[in-house]
Design a protein around this ligand. Structure first.
Ligand SMILES: Nc1nc2c(ncn2[C@@H]2O[C@H](COP(=O)(O)OP(=O)(O)OP(=O)(O)O)[C@@H](O)[C@H]2O)c(=O)[nH]1
Ligand SMILES: [Mg+2]
Ligand SMILES: [Zn+2]
Length: 305
C-alpha cells in the first residue's frame, strides 16, 4: 500500500458505515466512529470486521482510505481474514440442528478457514455432546465439549485458543447456544452481553447484534458474532456442485474411484462414497448433508437457467 503518512489498523466492529478500529503500534489505540472515504469505495468493497485498513486524518478525525488484500471474506458471519471458525452448537436447548454445522464446515473448507467444533451445555446432555465431538473428530476436525455451568472443558479450549497466536478467529452458531457466555467464561475481562432463550420455542433471542473482535493477546483476535437463524443458509450457493465432494475431507480417499467418472455420489451404483457410508467408514449424517447440499446447488442452477 502506498505510503500516505497514514496509519494501519484492524477493524474490530462496524455499524451503519462507522467503524471501530484498533490501530497498530505499541499503545494499541482504539479509534471509534471512523467512516470510509476514498477511491476504494467506487470498487464497491465495503470494509468488514477483520479487515486491515489504512487510515488518514484530516485534522478533525480519522477516515479509512484503503483495505489490504483479504485472505477471505464471509457474509455470514460478516468477517474478513478469518483463520479459525469455532462452530458452536449446544448439546441441548436449543437442540443441535443436523446439517447446520456441516454447511459451515463446507464454507470453511471453501475459504481456507480451519473449522473447530465446540459443543456447549454439555452438562445438560453429556452423551449428545460426546457423540457430536466424536463425529467431527473422526472427520479430522478439532472438537471440544464444554459447559459454562460446570466449567468442564473450559481450560482445554482456552489453551487451544491461546495457542493459535496471530490469528483471527470467531465463534459462530445459532442464537442461544451460549457463544457469548462461553467467551465470558474463557476471558472474563471481555464482558460480552448474554441473553436468555425463549422457553416456548427453545431458541435464543438474538442478544448479540453485531460482530465484535476482541484482542485476547497481541495480534490475536477472537470475535463474538450474532446467532444465525436457519434461514440464513437457505441461499447456499458459494460453490459449484462438482467442487462439493472435495469440501468433505473424509471423502478424499474414495474420490475418482467410482464406477462412473462423473459420479455425483448421490445415487449411482458402484459409488465408493455410498459404499463407505454403508460400511460405516463415512458418517451417515455427514453424507446426508452432502446430498442435501448437492441437490440444493443443482436445483438452484436449473432454476436459474
Ligand atoms: N445450562 C447451560 N446454559 C448455558 C450454558 N452456556 C450458556 N447458557 C445459557 O444459554 C443462554 C444463551 O446464552 P448466550 O451466551 O446469550 O447465547 P449466544 O449464543 O451468545 O446467543 P446470541 O447472542 O443470541 O447469538 C443463556 O440463558 C445462558 O445462561 C451452559 O453451558 N449450560
Ligand atoms: Mg451472543
Ligand atoms: Zn461416487
Amino acid at each position: 500500500m502506498p505510503d500516505d503518512n497514514g496509519i494501519t489498523a484492524r477493524i474490530i466492529s462496524g455499524v451503519g458505515g462507522r467503524y471501530t478500529v484498533a490501530a497498530d503500534g505499541a499503545e494499541k489505540r482504539i479509534i471509534t466512529n471512523v467512516p470510509a472515504r476514498g477511491a476504494f469505495r467506487h470498487e464497491k468493497i465495503k470494509p468488514l470486521p477483520g479487515d486491515i485498513v489504512r487510515l488518514r486524518s484530516d485534522g478533525t478525525g480519522y477516515f479509512i482510505t484503503g483495505i489490504e488484500e483479504r485472505k477471505n471474506a464471509l457474509i455470514r458471519p460478516t468477517l474478513a481474514n478469518l483463520d479459525i471458525l469455532y462452530i458452536v452448537t449446544s448439546a441441548k436447548q436449543p437442540a443441535p440442528a443436523p446439517g447446520f454445522a456441516d454447511k459451515i464446515t463446507v464454507l470453511c473448507e471453501k475459504n481456507g478457514i480451519r473449522p473447530v467444533i465446540v459443543v456447549t451445555k454439555s452438562e445438560l446432555d453429556n452423551d449428545a455432546a460426546d457423540e457430536i465431538t466424536k463425529l467431527y473428530g473422526s472427520v479430522g476436525y478439532d472438537s471440544f465439549s464444554v459447559s459454562s455451568v460446570t466449567d468442564s472443558g473450559i481450560a482445554e479450549l482456552k489453551e487451544y485458543i491461546e495457542k493459535n497466536k496471530n490469528t483471527v478467529s470467531a465463534f459462530c452458531g445459532a442464537s442461544g447456544v451460549g457463544k457469548s457466555t462461553l467467551i465470558n467464561r474463557l476471558f472474563p475481562d471481555l464482558r460480552c452481553e448474554t441473553g436468555d432463550i425463549s422457553e416456548r420455542i427453545e431458541r435464543g433471542k438474538n442478544t448479540t447484534r453485531t460482530v465484535t473482535l476482541y484482542e485476547i493477546s497481541d495480534k490475536t483476535y477472537l470475535a463474538d458474532t450474532p446467532g444465525f437463524s436457519l434461514l440464513d443458509f437457505e441461499r447456499f450457493d458459494f460453490c459449484k456442485k462438482d467442487e462439493l465432494p472435495y469440501l468433505f475431507p473424509e471423502f478424499e480417499p474414495y474420490l475418482c474411484k467410482c464406477k462412473y467418472t462423473k459420479c455425483s455420489h448421490t445415487k449411482e451404483d458402484g459409488c465408493l462414497i455410498r459404499q463407505a457410508v454403508a460400511d460405516g467408514e463415512i458418517a451417515g449424517s455427514r453424507y446426508n448433508s452432502y446430498v442435501t447440499l448437492y441437490n440444493d446447488i443443482k436445483d438452484k442452477k436449473e432454476w436459474n437457467k
